[in-house]
Design a protein. Structure first.
Length: 356
């Protein structure tokens, strides 16, 4: 029986995507070859790559002054690659620290220039999104993590600033409409909301490049990947292919306006169940709650293993919270059906009736 997959990442993909992805492993579009055994320079794969770039551009309405790349190394490589390419030794970058992933990005950027942490929610174990800070006008960029996968907070709106925003969107890419012009660069590891592990989407405004003096190894230069259309070396062929299928699914569903409306509805259902249940409690300030990762605890922690056992019996998988928060985390990405959330919230209700 297929489980209800609440995993934070790698995470749920649409059933139709898994079906098509499995067929292409045997035979890609009837060409008599597997997607796993064709050249990255073949016309078949170039068509996959072109289509993937085109889908990113149409879903986010990306203007021509931006480049779209599919790289490898995960979002964690972007923590340093962004600073390496954008921040000069004599320059300064502003960072907002909203959790483990931002902290890691900060640590890496410090190798390349001055890093100013202009706001942080560390004082309350990252349970809120900071507000009321000023972005220094002389900063080269402002780095944000739009959705904090571990702690379950999310920026509802982004700061209005003329400083280019560099944003880690790993766990909420394609989950809602955004104005791409607000960002200088976006990066996202595929494995939360876009595809399988193994590729990282980068969208970057081209005029931000070429402004640092250091020498950068070829594989770590955005400009080289732009000039070579993500094919400077062998790109992650299969993760790109499955990401393409997922983006096609998003488009067929009605694009980002539909994803956004569905994600809002799903999140409301999830948080309503947490708030109305006497046994459970959300861990995040309500106005900063993530629509992708809902974090909550049992007020009586001794019931935790019993609840997880009942989840397991009901086919609910991946609900255990990250070790730094404890409790539970329901990751409800684009592909998560409302019905699966219903299975979880029904179980929470019946658990409260038995143990309340
Ligand atoms: C998962 C995650 C990362 C790390 O991604 P990798 O691809 O494993 O390097 C970075 N940022 C955020 C917000 C994430 O959710």
């Amino acid at each position: 029986m297929k489980k209800h997959n609440f995993s934070a990442g790698p995470a749920i993909l649409p059933a139709s995507v898994l079906q098509k992805a499995s067929e292409a492993v045997i035979d890609l579009n009837g060409i008599g070859l597997s997607i796993l055994e064709i050249s990255h320079r073949s016309k078949e794969f170039i068509a996959v790559l072109d289509r993937s770039v085109e889908l990113v551009k149409s879903l986010y309405q990306v203007p021509d002054d931006y480049a779209v790349l599919f790289l490898s190394g995960g979002a964690s490589t972007q923590f340093f690659m962004s600073a390496m390419n954008l921040l000069d030794d004599s320059g300064k970058a502003a960072y907002v620290d909203t959790g483990s992933w931002s902290s890691k990005a900060i640590k890496e950027a410090k190798q390349f220039g001055t890093v100013e942490v202009i706001a942080s929610s560390k004082d309350k174990n990252y349970t809120y999104i900071p507000t009321g800070y000023a972005v220094p006008q002389d900063a080269t960029y402002l780095h944000l993590t739009s959705n904090n996968t571990i702690f379950g907070t999310q920026f509802r709106t982004f700061p209005k600033t003329t400083v280019p925003i560099v944003c880690d969107m790993s766990s909420d890419v394609f989950s809602r409409q955004i104005d791409i012009n607000q960002f200088g660069m976006i990066y996202a590891g595929a494995q939360k909301n876009m595809g399988p592990a193994g590729t990282t989407l980068v969208i970057i405004r081209k005029d931000l490049l070429g402004k640092v003096n250091r020498t950068i190894p070829s594989m770590l230069q955005y400009q080289i990947h732009i000039d070579q259309d993500s094919c400077y070396n062998t790109p992650p062929v299969y993760p790109i292919y499955v990401s393409m299928l997922t983006m096609e699914w998003i488009e067929e569903m009605g694009g980002l306006p539909v994803m956004e409306a569905q994600n809002k509805l799903k999140a409301e259902k999830m948080y309503q169940a947490i708030d109305s249940n006497p046994l459970f409690e959300g861990t995040v300030r309500p106005e900063d709650r993530s629509w992708m990762n809902a974090t909550f605890i049992l007020k009586d922690g001794s019931l935790e293993s019993l609840f997880l056992k009942e989840c397991d019996a009901a086919g609910i998988s991946g609900l255990k919270g990250h070790r730094s928060v404890g409790g539970f985390r329901a990751s409800i990405y684009n592909a998560m059906p409302l019905e699966s959330i219903g299975v979880l919230t029904d179980l929470m209700d019946s658990f409260a009736q038995k143990h309340g």
